[in-house]
Design a protein around this ligand. Structure first.
Ligand SMILES: Cc1ncc(C[n+]2csc(CCOP(=O)(O)OP(=O)(O)O)c2C)c(N)n1
Length: 634
């Protein structure tokens, strides 16, 4: 890792907006590229973020900002995780140390952050649709600005890209440039036949240079020159197709330029200028090296795709526990299959992939397909386990509803990164799955708070023979939770565990998953003030009627105040559904209640506290809620 505290940025120091690089000659731009790489390595190793992806697009970003006039011309970055260089060039260099911190720069593009970010992202494969919309709007307004979509070959495995390309045939006068950044990597090695097709695309390197020379020579011929240019371009296209064959993109009606060396600034600039002249939808195919210029990232681009901040807490414990449970079950049960949508490493499935390659399916960034593919496996008598981050599962909603639940197929959804996810921000919070899955009949939702509970949930889900979801956070298990709720007991059922519940309990917090720690903290704060408070920890939350039956039996008659605590969106979630069921059982006619959840609001305010505090789902808020209820009814 480069540790240049007194690093001098001779050229970068002069750059505060894209205008500042327009006059840089090739040599200066190359030196600037080197300085940007050092800047990225120094900063991202501190604050964490997508290092390898950004190191790969330094020259491409410089060339884009030299050739296009942003913010009038618009660059739409797919996912937005590779937009750091763009941020550095567009006036956000000074704030770079705040990247991915509360209140700081987003790790993705964000409309509210800069006029240079015309479209926000975080989830993959949206860029071509968005850019096409922006370009069509520009055409309808009679404007002449360009729109550029920059999309990686990983994002190109997402189905939305093809839905958008299918619409790009309305090309007359459309100033849309799609830059396909091929680095042969998604987070892991890119997979599938699309990746293979891209790597085969070749054209003669001299083709475009000859074309440009011919164009300018012919255009100079008086009277007939311009007509000749257009006639000859048509002939050249036909000849090229005969000589080199037409490629996939040309067959879709796009003008194809490439493949281009994405680290050669000169070639990039020439080809982007060529693309500008086309007056139709163009695809510029660029080849880059992920992690370029930093040896460890060049060697292991998957490991350096995203790096943790310097002082990060350990995470991923539940993902590992899930991976272990998968391997154990798969050894004895040949029906178990694992499906990931390009997140094999993140979801803890790397060892499973090695042990059971035939039963491991990385389907690319294609969550909808992943879920329906799993449904197909289930229809074929397999036991498919679809491991997807909560936020990305949003993509697969109809597939869960229509293909899995409606047919009552036993697909297991392993929902990783459930709950709030601080550093990635709004696009990556896993706070909606409880609400959207709660609305689906036949779905069971398990909410383990320890690795052992996850293991039990997994075994139960495998034998259930119905759709099931197991959700868990990006965290390690909390020892206090383990000893408070489990001690030395060994359980084999999935139920509700209790802490400090007895015959005289007045106050109870009912929660699930990671929030068990927060509930215990709140109970401890209340006990310090002489207020008794028990905690109930739900190992499953749906079916809500079964849960309400267990809780009704557990609650003593003395209970006066109940807090439902969750780190998910309030609307349609755990608290709303469970309180509804308890009211039906008349529990809430004798006890008051309050639901503490994430408010119906996208903007979880970040004022420098942790994201849980900002979202109002922290122990202090819970303790205060209990005290308020006690005071109000004194
Ligand atoms: C819908 C969705 N699924 C998964 C992800 C996680 N993800 C972020 S970047 C990435 C890989 C993108 O690969 P590529 O587009 O080739 O960009 P590269 O990092 O290789 O430059 C993935 C899978 C996501 N952002 N959105």
């Amino acid at each position: 890792m480069v540790t240049m505290q007194d690093q001098k940025y001779v050229f970068l120091d002069q750059v505060n907006s894209p205008e500042d690089i327009k006059e840089f000659d090739r040599e200066s731009t190359e030196v600037l590229a080197g300085e940007i790489r050092n800047f990225l390595i120094n900063n991202v190793s501190e604050c964490g973020g997508h290092l390898a992806s950004n190191l790969g697009v330094v020259e491409l970003t410089l060339a884009l900002h030299k050739v296009f006039n942003t913010p009038e011309d618009k660059i739409v970055w797919d996912v937005g995780h590779q937009s750091y260089v763009h941020k550095i060039l567009t006036g956000r260099k000074g704030d770079f140390s705040t990247l991915r911190t509360p209140g700081g720069l987003s790790g993705f593009t964000k409309r509210s952050e800069s006029e240079y970010d015309p479209f926000g992202a975080g989830h993959s494969s949206t860029s071509v649709s968005a850019a096409l919309g922006i370009a069509e709007a520009e055409k309808l307004k009679g404007g002449d600005a360009y729109t550029v979509a920059v999309v990686g070959d990983g994002a190109f495995t997402g189905g939305m890209i093809y839905e958008a390309l299918n619409n790009c045939d309305r090309t007359d006068g459309l100033k849309l440039v799609i830059v396909l950044n091929e680095n042969e990597m998604s987070i892991s090695k890119n997979i599938g036949s699309v990746a293979k097709t891209l790597s085969k695309l070749r054209t003669n390197p001299g083709y475009f240079k000859t074309k440009e020379a011919t164009r300018s020579f012919l255009a100079k011929i008086p009277f007939i020159g311009k007509g000749l240019v257009s006639f000859i371009i048509k002939c050249k296209k036909a000849i090229k197709n005969i000589l080199y064959g037409s490629n996939y993109f040309e067959n879709l009606g796009l003008y194809y330029i490439g493949p281009i060396d994405g680290h050669d600034i000169g070639e990039l600039e020439d080809m982007l200028n060529e693309a500008k002249k086309c007056n139709q939808c163009v695809l510029v195919h660029v080849k880059t090296q992920k992690g370029r210029g930093y040896a460890p990232a060049e060697e292991r681009p998957d490991k350096y795709h995203s790096v943790a901040p310097k002082d990060a807490e350990p995470a991923g414990g539940f993902s590992k526990a899930f991976g272990k449970a998968m391997i154990q079950s798969a050894e004895s049960d040949k029906r178990i299959c694992a499906i990931t949508a390009a997140m094999g490493r993140g979801t803890g499935l790397s060892d499973f992939e090695k042990e059971f390659p035939d039963r491991f399916f990385d389907v690319g960034i294609a969550e909808e397909h992943a879920v329906t593919f799993a449904a197909g496996l289930a229809a074929g008598d397999m036991v498919p386990v679809c491991a997807i981050y909560s936020t990305f599962l949003q993509r697969g909603y109809d597939n869960i509803l229509h293909d899995v639940a409606l047919q009552d197929l036993p697909v297991i959804l392993a929902i990783d990164r459930a709950g709030l996810n601080p550093s990635d921000g709004a696009t990556h919070h896993g706070i909606f799955d409880v609400s959207f899955l709660s609305a689906i009949p036949e779905m069971t939702i398990f909410t383990p708070a320890t690795y052992e509970a996850l293991d039990r949930a997994f075994k139960c889900a495998v034998t259930l023979g119905k759709p099931a979801a197991i959700r868990y956070p990006n965290a390690v298990e909390d020892e206090i939770v383990m000893s408070a709720f489990y001690g030395n007991e060994a359980y084999d059922d999935i139920s509700v565990r209790s802490f400090a519940l007895n015959d005289v309990t007045d106050n109870v917090i009912i929660t699930h998953g990671r929030m068990a720690s927060t509930a215990l903290e709140a109970a401890a704060q209340l006990m310090d003030s002489g207020i008794n408070c028990a905690v109930l920890l739900c190992e499953f939350i749906k079916p809500y009627d079964a849960l309400a039956d267990i809780i009704s039996d557990l609650l003593p008659y003395t209970v006066k105040n109940i807090v439902f605590l969750e780190e998910e969106i309030l609307s349609g979630g755990f608290g709303m559904n469970l309180s509804f069921e308890l009211r039906r059982r008349r529990i809430l006619t004798r006890a008051r209640h309050k639901i503490i959840a994430v408010d119906d609001n996208f903007a979880i305010p970040e004022k420098g506290e942790t994201v849980w505090q900002s979202a109002g789902v922290d122990s202090m808020t819970v303790a205060e809620a209990v005290i308020e209820m006690i005071e109000a009814y004194k």
